[in-house]
Design a binder for this molecule. Structure first.
Ligand SMILES: O=P(O)(O)OC[C@H]1O[C@H](O[C@H]2O[C@H](CO)[C@@H](O)[C@H](O)[C@H]2O)[C@H](O)[C@@H](O)[C@@H]1O
Length: 283
């Protein structure tokens, strides 16, 4: 059973994590919102700092690195702007390999691409239009089209009408039994009811990198949201690598470690790149 405990800090446990990686290849998975960028009111302005971008760039020089986000792939790419990374947008339902670098590490050098929910595109577009119409009179509400899923934001909606807004969204979704509704950080997420989540994306990427049956890999997945728990669970089940939850307060989680906020994520990434640099120099 999961317990609400403060998980040890990944920074305090850094040496232990690195010791566990001996003889193994590290692969890094990073959520975007709340992990690489702070949570802000306007989803279109959730920028990451240049310093964070440099930290991610450095990590990707040494380890295959993937961004796994609820946002659509194009949008998260526009925030991160690093072509050497793997991107899994729409909660892992839209995966594309790097356009530069890391190609050699891929099995058979084939390109990495996966869109398991393609058939849902017309339905998502239709629901997007209905929701835009429906919520246009709800002050502060915003619908974000994430290609294979939709986000209905209520961070800027008066708390008194959160329930009413949720009812309106449920009313729309009830006509679409092939879609499901979940809740993130002040956002209602609508997505195809298929068995594909961030955990499947993680497994797909490990397989694409040639690590499906391999013991010599240490995946590190850093994320802050409920949807990241699917990936933490996969790591626990595989008995491989570590999930790191970004949270200031103790939460029920399948992660092994925690970091408090994006600035700590950045520090962890910098240490990871530094550690690899010095181990290559034989220090
Ligand atoms: O998987 P993620 O990369 O964490 O994406 C999850 C959702 O993140 C974004 O919304 C969240 O961040 C916004 C900006 O800080 C904030 O305004 C909002 O309240 C949060 O829920 C994104 O806009 C969504 O589309 C993603 O699904």
């Amino acid at each position: 059973m999961l317990k609400q405990i403060r998980h040890p800090s990944a920074l305090n446990m850094f040496e232990d994590i690195m010791n566990a990686s001996k003889g193994k290849d590290i692969v890094v998975f990073l959520d975007y919102d709340g992990t690489l960028s702070p949570i802000v009111e306007d989803p279109d302005r959730a920028f990451m700092t240049n310093e964070m971008r440099e930290a991610v760039r450095d990590v990707a020089k040494f380890f295959p690195t993937a961004i796994v986000s609820g946002r659509c792939r194009a949008k998260v790419y526009n925030f991160v702007k690093l072509s050497e990374l793997y991107y899994a947008g729409s909660h892992g339902m839209d995966i594309l390999g790097p356009t530069k670098g890391h190609k050699k590490q891929r099995k058979g050098n084939q390109s990495v691409f996966c869109q398991p929910a393609r058939e849902f595109l017309p339905m998502i577009d239709e629901v997007n239009k209905i929701l835009l119409e429906k919520i246009k009179f709800v002050p502060g509400a915003k619908v974000e089209n994430n290609k294979f899923c939709l986000s209905v934001h209520f961070r800027c909606v008066d708390e008194k009408i959160w329930g009413e807004l949720a009812e309106q969204v449920k009313e729309v979704i009830k006509d679409y039994p092939k879609l499901r509704l979940s809740q993130g950080r002040k956002v209602l997420e609508i997505r195809p009811a298929i068995k594909w989540d961030k955990g499947n994306a993680l497994e797909f990427l490990l397989e694409s990198l040639g690590y499906d049956k391999s013991d010599n890999v240490l995946p590190i997945y850093i994320g802050d949201d409920r949807t990241d728990e699917d990936a933490f669970k996969v790591l626990r089940k595989r008995g491989q690598g570590f999930g790191i939850l970004v949270s200031k307060s103790p939460k029920e989680t399948n992660a092994s470690y925690s970091l408090q906020e994006p600035s700590e994520v950045m520090y962890f990434l910098k240490r990871l790149a530094e550690w690899k640099k010095s181990s290559l120099l034989g220090h």
